[in-house]
Design a protein around this ligand. Structure first.
Ligand code: FES
Length: 113
């Protein structure tokens, strides 16, 4: 089941700039690019760098450390990388951004989400 979390103060966020925000009990990265808002994993799966210093090129997110690229719609890394990121659903209601996080019902999911 999806739980929606409002992200505060997005009207102050610059377009194409990546920010790290809280969504419930986890932290995610968000960006407003040419196709609207996207929310995704905050760390790069290649070597764990933060995506905050990365950027978007078209529909791709680029990690600033070693330039791995990820599709912002599917989360898939470019061919040959063998990695992916999690893409979280977003919605805008009354000019407020919400990020959807899957709520786990398992014991470990409740404590380690
Ligand atoms: S840490 Fe992101 S590409 Fe290496």
């Amino acid at each position: 089941m999806l739980q929606w979390y409002k992200v505060d103060k997005t009207s102050f966020y610059e377009r194409n700039q990546i920010y790290e925000v809280e969504a419930g009990r986890i932290r995610v990265c968000i960006v407003q690019y040419e196709q609207g808002w996207k929310a995704f994993s905050r760390k790069c799966p290649h070597a764990g760098a933060s995506f905050v210093t990365g950027w978007c090129e078209g529909e791709e997110l680029v990690c600033s450390y070693h330039r791995h690229r990820f599709n912002l719609n599917t989360g898939k890394g470019c061919p040959g990388q063998g990695d992916f990121i999690t893409i979280y659903p977003t919605k805008v209601e009354n000019n407020d951004l919400y990020v959807g996080i899957e709520k786990s019902n398992s014991f470990f999911g409740k404590w380690f989400q």
